[in-house]
Design a protein around this ligand. Structure first.
Ligand SMILES: Cc1ncc(COP(=O)(O)O)c(C=O)c1O
Length: 366
């Protein structure tokens, strides 16, 4: 066994002097709640989503929740979502009064399988929300066609997909409404935060009201709403990160190419033709592994100084919060086999080499 070294973290948020100065500027202004920084952040982020309307909120989960409310989800409406995702994907449907219906995934992309999703459509289906898992855009052309065929709304959970694109269309430019997250480990952060993105004027207006007690003008509440506002402190951090995320994404893509070329004995991330992956995660697959073998591999990779993790070890439908028994065979297979390894832009060449050497060593011994 190689000598234990300092762990290369699985993710490493990059916060520099510019972010600190931006926060300081807001604190010194004395205006900390939603204000001019939030407005500017929304305008600046909209450049990544084809100029669509952007509504900043306090988390990716709030973005999802409000996007369902603003799109008019009614109690009992069904929304088809993948089970192989973060719990917020399904939680937000429930919080908006709907029912998540869990679909299986494509074994190559790990994203919601359009054919399986179509088989789940019922008269109660209001929408489908694919997740661009790990930063690889789902089959949005197929989902767009389903939306038209059945007259249902297509949402995007783009929490992990800043700057990802398919056939030149960005994540956030496909669905009627899309949601991004700025959680610290995401490809860009605002500390905590989220963005609702839509091309629909009515949804834009409703989302702006819903985040602010149901009103656009102080004390003139038009509907019942929440306080899901982003603060100017968080927006100021996000505005700095907007200027850097393109270069960081390019570096993630370079790191991913290096890993693609040098890893052996594992299935490396699939890249669909016409797709630009944002590599929020670089997720390898140990084909045919049991979860015990995979978990031992994780322990060995960590012992070699390389941080890694499983996103996600339990499909959402089997979490205690849902506790459903469903037949999702691809999800059940993939959940045992995946490991996400470091791909973040601050990896040094030596660290990237260490990732390759350690992973290849561990996989050879399986
Ligand atoms: C796929 C997915 N959906 C939703 C969320 C929720 O975002 P947040 O943590 O900002 O609430 C996340 C991020 O954590 C996510 O990865």
């Amino acid at each position: 066994m190689r000598e234990e070294r300092k762990l290369i973290p699985a993710a490493r948020p990059i916060i520099g002097d510019e972010e600190r100065e931006a926060v300081d500027r807001v604190l010194r202004s004395g205006m900390m709640a939603q204000g001019p920084e939030v407005k500017a952040f929304e305008e600046e982020f909209s450049e990544f989503v084809g100029g669509r309307h952007c509504i900043a909120v306090n988390s990716g989960t709030s973005a999802l929740h409000l996007s369902f409310l603003a799109a008019g989800l009614q109690p009992g409406d069904e929304v088809i979502v993948p089970s192989f995702s973060f719990a917020a994907t399904a939680n937000s449907v429930v919080l908006a009064g709907g029912v998540p219906v869990f679909g299986d995934i494509d074994p190559k992309t790990f994203n919601l399988d359009p054919e399986h999703a179509e088989s789940l459509i019922t008269p109660r289906t209001k929408g489908i929300m694919p997740v661009h898992l790990y930063g690889h855009i789902a089959d949005m052309d197929a989902f767009e066609a389903l939306g038209k065929k059945y007259g249902i709304t297509i949402f995007e959970d783009a929490a992990q997909a800043h700057l990802a694109s398919l056939n030149g269309r960005m994540a956030g430019e496909w669905g009627t409404v899309a949601s991004f997250s700025f959680y610290p480990t995401k490809n860009m952060t605002s500390g905590e935060g989220g963005m609702i993105v839509t091309g629909d004027e009515g949804i834009d207006r409703l989302a702006r009201m819903l985040r602010n007690q149901g009103g656009l003008i102080r004390y003139q509440n038009e509907i019942v709403g929440l306080n899901n506002r982003m603060t100017d402190i968080h927006a100021a951090i996000g505005r700095v990160q907007v200027t850097k995320v393109k270069a960081w994404t390019d570096q993630r893509r370079k790191n991913a190419r290096y890993l693609d070329e040098h890893l052996q004995g594992v299935i490396t991330p699939y890249l669909r033709a016409g797709s630009e992956h944002s590599y929020h995660q670089y997720t390898i697959r140990l084909k045919g592994a049991s979860s015990e073998v995979r978990d031992q591999a994780i322990a060995d990779i960590k012992a070699g100084g390389v941080g890694c993790d499983v996103y996600y070890p339990t499909p959402i439908h089997r979490l205690p919060s849902f506790a459903l028994t469903l037949d999702l065979p691809v999800t059940e297979e993939i959940v045992k086999e995946v490991i996400s390894i470091p791909v973040h832009p601050s990896l040094t060449a030596d660290e990237l080499d260490q990732v390759v050497t350690v992973v290849n060593d561990v996989v050879k011994r399986i």
